[in-house]
Ligand binder design. Structure first.
Ligand code: UTP
Length: 469
């Protein structure tokens, strides 16, 4: 066992040995003093008892996920329901009273996209090269002007991308938002384990490999910050993901429906038409709503259809929710809600035995919680249908489906349709994609009606790209 000066450090070293994780000190003799110091700091941050518990519960031979008992399709408020537009005013009033904060979850590692830097700094805008962060910031700015007051924005990062995210917003002057109304805060992280031997992996000599603890980390963050949020007068948290540029910021309709229906957890869902599309679906299990993963729904249920031919389990989760602060962080003594952990297996490059090891198949295990796992704990939940074309075009992969190309195409189809509704003639291809590149900043308009107003002062060029900022 290695010898260190500080008795607290020495006790921790002993615990690491007891837990069978002594390989973490393999490179000790070659490490400089700064790396030794940061390794010891990292190791102090690991709750070994908790990790061992997670291994017992999820990875040991006897561990098995309980099958989901008889899911049934849930009710939802369909797109055609007049309650949608009726609720808008109610949502706007809640925003005007300052009761709503927006939380963007942006702590993911973005392995599939492979963009260097935080995913939000990806240049998604087709002409200007503006970023995902920019779209959201400008949308929020526009909404703030509409309601006449700031809307607090919480951006959840991870320890890996936190300082780069803070740096980004500083460099871009928060895209016009008031810095004190933007809270950028990292989620927690857990060590990544070797999938076969359940040892903690290393990301280099003397470096523990950590990974963020899933988007459910946002619930723990909100619980931690609940007193501060209450002090600001916030009651409802509107959450969205960083990788869907069509995600609406604090959509007044959704907020209004959430309040009118006295819901604790309200979600947008888009209608799945392909039974094998890999999105989680909302369903009822017993008396409660919940999201089940694509893989958890049996083939028969996936293909089940209603009388009109639409999929019965079609309410696809697009990760936009309104959550009641009092529900996830009750002020009573019952304590905050606890989320279950799930296992994610990914291929990672890691350091072992004095060398790098690559893998193309999943060789690591990470533990994550999911934000929607609080839904079954809500005594009142609500699902609201959203239009996929208008609200869901995530950037997940570098190429192919759910990629920058498909997401940009979705944005352009929307902007083209606004322009055409304003009487601007445009040529479209067979998939309704405009032949001229188009980009409309949220600062100019967030729908066709707003664009019509803006066009009173803006001239559209007769040919070439259309960039409205
Ligand atoms: P994904 O599940 O798509 O994960 O996250 P990811 O890390 O971004 O990408 P891959 O799987 O490695 O390619 C969905 C959303 O949840 C956030 C992400 O930032 C994204 O907005 N997220 C995910 C977190 O905030 N924290 C996490 O620990 C995981």
């Amino acid at each position: 066992m290695i010898q260190v000066e500080d008795p607290t450090d020495q006790a921790m070293v002993a615990k690491i040995h007891e837990a069978g994780q002594e390989h973490l000190f393999d490179d000790w003799d070659q490490l400089d003093s700064a790396t030794r110091h940061s390794l010891l700091e990292d190791l102090h941050r690991i709750d070994l008892g908790f990790i061992q518990q997670l291994i017992r519960d999820h990875l040991d031979a006897s561990a098995s996920e309980a099958p989901i008992a008889a899911p049934t399709p849930p009710d939802w408020i369909p797109l055609s329901d007049p309650r949608h537009s009726a609720a808008r005013q109610r949502g706007l009033e809640a925003l005007q009273r300052g009761e709503v904060a927006v939380m963007m979850v942006a702590g993911g590692v973005g392995t599939r996209l492979g963009h260097p830097g935080p995913k939000g700094s990806f240049p998604i805008l087709p002409i200007s090269g503006g970023t995902l962060f920019q779209i959201f910031a400008e949308s929020l700015l526009r909404l703030q002007k509409k309601v006449g007051r700031p809307i607090h924005w919480i951006i959840m990062t991870s320890p890996t991308n936190h300082s780069e995210t803070v740096q980004y917003f500083k460099q871009h002057d928060y895209h016009g938002l008031t810095p004190s109304e933007v809270t950028i805060v990292p989620q927690e992280q857990l060590p990544v384990l070797d999938a076969r031997r359940q040892k903690i992996l290393r990301s280099g000599p003397g470096q523990v490999m950590f990974s963020p603890d899933g988007h459910g980390g946002s619930i723990r963050l909100l619980q931690k910050k609940s007193a501060e949020l209450r002090q600001r007068g916030i009651q409802h948290i509107y959450t969205h993901q960083v990788d869907n540029p069509l995600a609406r910021m604090a959509d007044p309709e959704l907020v209004g429906l959430h309040i009118e229906q006295d819901s604790r957890f309200t979600s947008k869902a888009v209608a799945k038409t392909d039974p094998d599309e890999k999105v989680g679906v909302f369903c009822n299990v017993g008396d409660h709503l919940r999201v089940i993963e694509y893989s958890e729904l049996g083939k028969e249920d996936r293909h089940l259809t209603d009388a009109d031919g639409s999929l019965s389990f079609r309410a696809g989760n697009i990760a936009t929710h309104v959550i009641e602060l009092d529900f996830i962080a009750p002020e009573s003594t019952t304590g905050p809600l606890q989320l279950p952990f799930h296992v994610a297996r990914k291929a990672v490059r890691h350091w072992h035995g004095g060398d790098w090891h690559e893998s193309t198949s999943p060789n690591s295990v990470r533990f994550e919680t999911f934000i929607f796992d609080v839904l079954p704990m809500a005594n009142r939940g609500l699902i609201v249908e959203a239009d996929r074309e208008q609200e869901f075009a995530p950037v997940k992969n570098g190429e192919g489906s759910d990629s920058p190309a498909t997401s940009r195409a979705a944005l352009q189809r929307i902007w083209a349709s606004w322009l055409m509704q304003c009487g601007i003639p445009l040529e479209l291809d067979a998939s309704l994609h405009p032949l001229r590149p188009i980009e409309i900043s949220p600062l100019v308009a967030s729908d066709a009606a707003e664009l019509k107003q803006a066009l009173e002062k803006i001239e559209i060029p007769t040919e070439g790209p259309i960039l409205l900022r």
